[in-house]
Ligand binder design. Sequence first.
Ligand SMILES: CC(C)(COP(=O)(O)OP(=O)(O)OC[C@H]1O[C@@H](n2cnc3c(N)ncnc32)[C@H](O)[C@@H]1OP(=O)(O)O)[C@@H](O)C(=O)NCCC(=O)NCCS
Length: 184
Amino acid sequence: MTSGIDVRHYDHHHAAELRPLLLDVYAEVYAQVASTDPFAGVDRFAQGLDGWSRRPGWTCTVGYDQGQAVGYAYGAPLPEGASWWRGLLTEVPDDVVAETGVRTYALSELMVRTPWRKTGVARQLHDVLLAARTEERATLLVDQEHPKVHALYESWGWRTLGDLRPRIPDAPLFHAMLLDLPQS
Ligand SMILES: CC(C)(COP(=O)(O)OP(=O)(O)OC[C@H]1O[C@@H](n2cnc3c(N)ncnc32)[C@H](O)[C@@H]1OP(=O)(O)O)[C@@H](O)C(=O)NCCC(=O)NCCS
């Protein structure tokens, strides 16, 4: 049931205004994980958010239920020679990870507050975010310890490219996934 959810689309001009809301939702969604996992702390997430939202190509969708934020998704196009692929552990042909700056949109975050899970809101945030893209494909990373999330993305059409561990301290092992985007 997704009626009543208003999904709004933003770009990097709105990043400063959205920042407190995005951090509040993150703190709620990841509270339990962050209590034991240093990789999931709000301060660390805020640094990542600031890095992503400074990019001119950053876009974000936020879902509102009667004015209350219930979840969001954001990402940005990968730049030429993107560091995104540097932690890829699976061997793939060079052209698969060759970035031009306009080839691939990276979905960096998708999260929904618990009461609005299993309602279709997550899919709606994802679809609205990607519908506006002009790139040929999208990529995301999903923690290999979260097989149900991996399966969820597969059910939305994503395919697994291989294993990836970002070259940053404490980074978990991820599945790197790709989704072909419709070309108009
Ligand atoms: C991922 C998310 C947006 C999907 O929302 P949704 O489409 O409504 O789907 P669900 O919440 O039912 O999640 C699907 C399954 O994955 C599981 N799951 C979701 N997030 C998970 C997580 N972070 N770790 C482990 N399992 C997770 C759910 O428990 C559910 O399993 P179930 O069917 O046995 O109940 C939402 O679950 C969420 O916000 N999760 C926390 C943030 C997150 O992990 N984001 C994805 C980063 S790649």
